[in-house]
Ligand binder design. Structure first.
Ligand SMILES: Cc1ncc(COP(=O)(O)O)c(C=O)c1O
Length: 466
């Protein structure tokens, strides 16, 4: 089956005698035994559950892996994988990981006797120099969160050799765009809370592997600790996965456009997106992934602008998380990466001017209009007429304007095809090499200009740090 078909059909039980098209929710904690020493294959839901199992098969198939274990969250999956590394050993990890991973590694891993050293995992010389007999695992995020640095996975495998367990967090790209097991990884991790679930309505996590020994150990951990995904949440992720390919393609097309647009904005200093032609990791990325994804980080001109954007977005939601159908903006230094020591954050570029955008599947026009409005606050765009002009660009001709200003638009006949040949429709036209889509039906401007006010009333509390 093709990837798209696996998304839609991969969980269905072909032997189901009821003809149910959707996988049922088996909300049963325990299962009756047909006889002494006999089992239906299901005994107790902490060990196995008939809704969780088809989901695990589906995610394994998408990642081209043999086995998958589904967890209650991405962090639960990561914690389980950490238990695979023997105490007293060392793990090497990408420097700008998701902040929760850093918290887990620096706090709990230390107590479990594991030392984690951070470095640029794409610097093969440094990686080789950091190796030693005590290094038992390497943990990579590519693109990294939030700086979008790229690591060459094949090169890492070569550098660390066959005996070091290589773990890749594939949350940002999903198996639609990259399959790390095919590039040398032993374990692929996902926060299924993000793209796999895709609707910001459930937490989940996955660990996929081709190694039976690793899979058995993960199952043992799930059974012992009880961190497996619940039947209802399994159902929600199965449902979300049915549209994974469509959502990723659509969000990526809009993200390409938004990255170009942001880059041209006078208040934006830098845009970090592997689809931009001058992204330093672009060539490596193109050799291992079929798209740049829909996550963008960008640095604005001042902390005040960053705060103003967060306070004034209306259509885009200022919220932690990513990968859902809704476009979200996050402030990494206060939210996702607040647990990274301040001097380390500064060194990595996670400053109080950096914002992270998870582009959703709404109309590109609404997303850009809201960004334009939020970035155009106050007197920064000097004159009222400059602000009005910017507003017009943001609302109406954003595409044409971004194309013209960036100088990146290629003539129609020269557009490169999507890498890997799996993207379709808009995504094929707006492939990650920095091409920009022609206006599609969803962006045809039939809505009145300006976003509706969908903002929640301001909360008296500051947002939590997750
Ligand atoms: C890249 C990445 N990995 C893992 C996680 C943790 O996942 P969860 O929130 O589902 O525990 C996150 C959460 O934001 C993430 O961004």
């Amino acid at each position: 089956m093709k990837t798209e078909s696996i998304c839609v059909r991969g969980a269905r039980d072909l032997n189901d005698r009821t003809g149910a098209v959707a996988v049922p929710i088996y909300q049963s904690a325990t299962f009756a035994h047909p006889g002494v020493g006999a089992s239906t294959g299901y005994d107790y839901a902490r060990v196995q559950n008939p809704t969780r199992e088809p989901l695990e098969r589906l995610v394994a198939a998408l990642e081209n892996g043999r086995e998958c274990a589904a967890f209650a969250s991405g962090m639960a999956a990561m914690d389980a994988v950490m238990w695979l590394v023997p105490p007293g050993s060392r793990m090497l990890a990408t420097s700008d990981l998701y902040g929760g991973s850093v918290r887990l590694f620096s706090e709990l891993a230390g107590r479990a006797g594991l030392r984690v050293d951070y470095l640029d995992t794409n610097d093969q010389k440094r990686l080789a120099a950091a190796m030693g007999p005590d290094v038992k695992a390497v943990f990579v995020e590519t693109p990294s969160n939030p700086m979008m640095n790229i690591t060459d996975l094949r090169a890492v495998r070569k550098t660390v050799g066959p005996d070091v367990m290589m773990v890749v967090d594939n949350t940002f790209l999903t198996p639609i765009l990259m399959r790390p097991l095919e590039l040398g990884a032993d374990v692929v991790l996902h926060s299924g809370t993000k793209y796999l679930g895709g609707h910001n309505d459930t937490l989940s996590g996955f660990a996929v592997t081709n190694s039976q020994a690793i899979a058995d150990r993960l199952r043992y951990i799930t059974k012992t600790v009880g961190t497996g995904l619940s039947p209802f949440d399994s159902f929600l992720v199965i449902r979300g996965l049915k549209t994974l390919h469509l959502r990723v393609e659509r969000a990526q097309a809009t993200a390409t456009e938004a990255a170009l647009w942001l880059r041209s904005h006078p208040r934006v200093r830098k845009v970090f997106y592997p689809g931009l032609p001058d992204h330093p990791g672009r060539d490596v990325h193109s050799a291992q992934a079929s798209g740049a994804g829909a996550m963008i980080s960008f640095e604005v001109d001042s902390p005040r602008t960053a705060e103003k954007v967060l306070e004034s977005v209306r259509f885009i939601l200022y919220a932690e998380s990513l990968g859902g159908v809704e476009t979200l903006v996050t402030y990494p230094h206060l939210q996702t990466h607040s647990d990274v020591p301040p001097e380390k954050r500064e060194e990595l570029g996670i400053t109080d001017r950096l914002l992270r955008l998870s582009v959703g599947v709404e109309a590109a026009e609404d997303i850009l209009a809201d960004l334009g409005r939020a970035l155009g606050w106050g007197r920064g765009l000097r004159t009222a007429s400059a602000r009005r002009a910017w507003g017009r660009r943001a609302r109406g001709g954003a595409r044409r304007w971004a194309l013209r200003e960036s100088g990146l638009g290629l003539p129609a006949g020269e557009r490169p095809g999507a890498v890997g040949g799996r993207a379709t429709g808009n995504a094929r036209r707006a492939n990650w090499r920095g091409d920009v889509p022609e206006p599609g039906p969803a962006c045809s401007g039939t809505r009145p200009p300006g976003p509706p006010d969908l903002r929640y009333p301001p909360s008296p509390q500051s947002p939590g740090q997750l």
